[in-house]
Design a protein around this ligand. Structure first.
Ligand code: DNO
Length: 349
């Protein structure tokens, strides 16, 4: 496995100097943030990103994310324009040496939580999702002053209302069709460029606000992989996104998709599954519901050799910053993952 770490660029409070000191760090996971969703990334911005990373002795091999414009998910007329741009972005990051691109196909909202600073008994803070709080929010009511953390700040409330409304009559089947249309056009480009596409599961892995969500379960991942059945069309196995539903057997999925060679990127995160939602916890297995050892072992045993990054961390030791993406707890997570991997590898010899 290649250990990696997400970095939000020069504005990130966590610096590349910090990250390079985490033992075993190989790859920086990042993106170009200076253009609106759907537009082409400049070669200069890609090159600047790469040079900042390589100067610090690390690699720039994973992009997270090239976001998918809503017109593509909605199947609107302008989708071909945005798909062409998407293909151009694949080509450009591939030219810079990127090997893996993470993206998602969630309508409107990326990951959703109800609170970003829930205090755990040990005094650390974490991200949580409580269903009853989500049920109080109606994004179609623009006069409601309820918003959820993590919502895309680039939309005004009116725009958000409008975009959610456009999905009101969209079925899951239609979203599948639109995903297939997209994949049929981008995957051949990724094959040509030698890049692996790695779709991220929906987080949480169920429908919110009546919006269709399809990358949610083993059955649906099976269907996804068959849409364009080539190795480059793969997944980001996000343990927290899948594991927040008791219906998903993450260990089984890790083993199965690794054996198929379709896991290109792994987000390792532990969650405590609760009757009304979930709380993100530290990476250690005993701190949450997921068996992190068993997941790593399933990956190892099935020949996984892609990128892994510690996913969200809590805020500990008084750190403040981007929720889920501080330095300290993610660094602890990275070290834990290193330890698991070394023990599994040596135990196998
Ligand atoms: C959350 C992340 C997601 C992920 C996207 C991939 O912290 O895991 O935002 O980057 O869903 O497109």
């Amino acid at each position: 496995m290649k250990l990696s770490f997400r970095w939000y660029g020069e504005d990130d409070k966590v610096t590349l100097k910090n990250i390079r000191q985490i033992p075993g760090m190989h790859t920086i996971v990042s993106a170009v943030y200076d253009v609106p969703v759907g537009e082409v990334w400049s070669r200069e911005s890609i090159a600047a990103l790469k040079s900042a990373i390589t100067q610090m002795g690390m690699h720039f091999e994973v992009v997270e994310s090239i976001p998918v414009h809503e017109d593509i998910k909605l199947g609107k007329e302008r989708r071909d324009y945005y798909i062409n741009n998407y293909c151009e972005n694949i080509r450009r990051v591939a030219e810079a040496g990127v090997k893996c691109i993470c993206y998602n196909f969630m309508p409107v909202f990326d990951w959703t939580r109800t609170q970003l600073d829930h205090v755990l008994p040990d005094g650390s803070t974490t991200l949580v999702y409580y269903q009853e709080q989500v049920d109080e929010v109606n994004p179609l009511e623009s006069d409601s002053d309820l918003t959820l953390p993590g919502w895309d700040a680039s939309y005004s409330r009116e725009e958000l209302k409008d975009i959610v409304a456009q999905y009101q009559n969209m079925t899951e089947e239609k979203l599948w069709d639109n995903l297939q249309y997209f994949l049929e056009r981008i995957i051949p480009v990724s094959v040509e460029c030698g890049v692996n596409m790695a779709i991220h599961e929906d987080d949480p892995c169920w429908s919110i606000f009546g919006l269709p969500r399809i990358i949610t379960s083993e059955q649906n991942l099976d269907r996804f992989l068959k849409l364009v059945d080539v190795p480059n069309n793969g997944i980001t196995l996000c343990t927290g996104s899948l594991g927040c539903s008791g219906h998903n057997d993450v260990v089984k999925m890790a083993a199965k998709y690794a054996a198929m060679g379709r896991i290109h990127f792994v987000h390792m995160r532990n969650v405590a599954v609760l009757p009304n939602g979930f709380e993100e916890r530290s990476h250690l297995s005993s701190c949450g519901t997921l068996d992190m050892y068993a997941i790593m072992k399933a990956l190892y045993d099935n020949g996984f050799d892609g990128y892994i990054r510690p996913d969200h961390g809590r805020m500990i030791w008084g750190e403040t910053g981007r929720p889920g993406y501080g330095l300290y707890d993610r660094a602890l997570g990275a070290t834990y993952l290193n330890g698991l991997w070394e023990a599994i590898e040596k135990g196998d010899k």
